[in-house]
Design a protein. Sequence first.
Length: 462
Amino acid sequence: MKGSLRSRLTLSIAAVALVLIAIISSLSSYFINQQFKSYITKQQVSTLNEIVYSLGQQYNPDTQMWNVDYVHTIGMYALYDGYIIKVYNDSDQTVWDAEIWDMSVCVQIKEDITHQMLTKFPGTSGKFSDSDFSIELMGNQIGRVNVTYFGPYFYSDNDFDFLNQLSSILLIVGAISLLVSIILGSLIAKRISSPILKTINATSQISQGDYKIRIKDRSNLSEVDNLIESVNQLASSLDKQDNLKKQLTSDVAHELRTPLTTLRITIEAMLDGIIEPSPERLKSSYEEVLRITNIVKDLESLAILEDGNLKLDKTKVDLVDLAKQVVKKLEHQIHEKEMVVTIKGECESLSVDESRMTQVMINLLTNAIKYTQAHGNITIEFDETIDDVMVKVSDNGSGISADELPYIFERFYRADKSRNRSTGGSGIGLTIVKSIIEAHKGDIQVESEVGVGSSFIVVLPK
């Protein structure tokens, strides 16, 4: 059965707290019992010494007589503390004997202590045994005392009460600690899960097409903040892509509408006999058909590249010679704007797809021609290192603003939003260029400054 993140975090924290409390309580109980046993053992030795000392004080050396009444009192106190004593004088004659005085009480005390110790500590090996202690007065032995007691140690009723109270206190502290842990765990879980739940809600809205949503909450966990940042970046990226697709629809519709409208009007006029189908008019119509064909070709190329179906037919190609051929193909456009195109440098032949690389050169050079004013300069520069060949296409045209640069290679993007036919286009030329270069394991970068010009730098591995 699935549970919420908050409930699972709370239960996990509570479970960890419970385990820790159990471990701490067990260790505390163990060490306290060990310390208490050590204390009781020392206390037992002290009690025996005190009994022997007190009995020695009840002997009168002048009369050489024992104060039996006080000996009896000491013996009774000792008996109810769990010590059964027998006092003998220096002639080994009985002065006082607890068992003679009241055997039933002695037996009952033995049974009670044995039962308590074996019940509370079933693993104990203790039992009642007796020991003799010499009674001395001023350095002289005046008798001895035989003490029967449960060894190596035993607990009195007060000792058991103390241990029971201590266990109860530990239990109460453990219960309070567990309750506090659950409360704190719930608060911590809420703090952790709250931004995650908001992230889930945001991703749900994104999946429904709301790309404008952004998560503003932050947490004190770097992983959660990274997740939030990733979702925001995803939404931003999808929003840009959505806008670009809308831009594409508008751009393609515009680019197709203009030549189609021209064709329709011209053909209708010819059919109606308003104008004659002269070679000039047929040529103009043919040019419009070519424009439509080129747009469709670009769209087809982009579809192939994005589907990953691009197959490269690599051969050894002289890129400098290729650049010269492209310049010759675009000679009419260059002369029309009275521009100067210069080819500099040289490089060794590379293994590339000649057709695709020609498309790259055409797109880059056409782009430079479009956005460079009449009488402008375009430079195609070649250079190479041990590992790479660099092709740099530079112009002194209008340039691209810094805000536009990050998106210049995105699909359907045009830095120039105008719809005029001189700088128009589907906005996918540079996307195609980037895809072809990356298919060759290369890289392309752009440097530009508004009013100064742009440089597109292609790096291809040898």
